[in-house]
Design a protein around this ligand. Structure first.
Ligand SMILES: [Zn+2]
Length: 285
């Protein structure tokens, strides 16, 4: 090919690349007010976003806020991880990309805060229980397709699990993202049972149990023993939970941890930085 034609072809390819980039930018990668890539929307149309730090080949997904304003500290903790690793890039081993979905339930947060930024809102003085559920009053940790039941419980209180597994857009959004990224582990932060769950805990599923033990040893969060036949759920609460994220992830063979913070307000920063750091060290080996 004569040199002039090569140049023309290269220019054409460059232009085509720009066009396809612009088109994808208008769709899936639309940014939400400077807070990451939009991966889905809540029932009321609020964006659910992911922000990333690091660029290594091993993916880890962190999710906060499945129970909205009731567990707002899990959202603040997820954001703190982002801020910390952005400010201290050497603290994140270069093998990793961390994907942070800080708030899975923005409608539940908005129901309580009315739109006041989370960092400015006084959660201790508010009734945050209504903010546990999404806009349709569904408990998003009862809506996954893992032992899903139409009637589900939060303690001895009946809660709405949705009209079907994955009936809620928030649940579908996070499921789709985790399955698309296929991370080495996902960690969901919740509060406040001071303990760890993992996918397959009822069977002591080794790929997730090993990771839970590493987090447990570094953080000091309680790690219940595998089910001994006593009917214990294998988790830090003593009633059966249906349709939870960890049940679903066990069914698809994905190692998932749920970390339950100590209370509904503090982020237990030292515990969780130690826990996540140890987890990353374990995975990179
Ligand atoms: Zn919760």
């Amino acid at each position: 090919m004569p040199p002039a034609l090569v140049i023309v072809a290269a220019m054409f390819l460059t232009a085509a690349a720009h066009i396809s980039f612009a088109q994808s930018g208008a769709g899936e990668h639309r940014a939400a007010a400077g807070s990451g890539e939009v991966i889905g929307h809540s029932v009321e149309g609020r964006p659910i976003t992911v922000e990333r730090v690091g660029s290594g080949p091993i993916d880890v997904v962190i999710v906060g806020g499945i129970h909205g304003a009731y567990e707002a500290n899990s959202i603040i903790l997820a954001r703190r991880f982002l801020e910390y690793y952005r400010a201290n890039p050497r603290a994140l081993p270069e093998e990793f990309t961390l994907h942070v979905i800080d708030n899975m339930n923005p409608d539940g947060v908005h129901r309580v805060t009315g739109g006041t930024p989370i960092e400015e809102f006084d959660f201790r003085s508010a009734d945050t229980v209504p903010g546990r559920f999404n806009a349709r009053w569904v408990d998003l940790n009862r809506n996954w397709d893992g032992d899903w039941q139409p009637t589900s419980y939060w303690g001895n209180r009946e809660v709405d699990a949705g009209s079907a597994p994955f009936s809620e857009p928030e649940t579908r959004t996070v499921r789709d993202y985790v399955e698309r990224i296929d991370p080495a582990v996902s960690v969901f932060y919740q509060s406040a049972a001071f303990g760890l769950w993992y996918s397959g805990a009822e069977d002591g599923w080794e790929p997730a149990r090993r990771l839970a033990e590493v987090y447990h040893r570094a953080s000091g969060y309680r790690l219940p023993e595998p089910d001994d036949g006593s009917g214990d759920s294998g988790g830090p609460v003593d009633y059966e939970i249906t349709g939870s994220a960890d049940d679903y992830f066990y069914e698809i063979g994905h190692p998932n941890l749920t970390v339950e913070l100590t209370n509904h307000y503090d982020i237990d920063w030292d515990r969780n930085l130690a826990g996540l750091s140890a987890l990353l060290e374990e995975i990179r080996e």
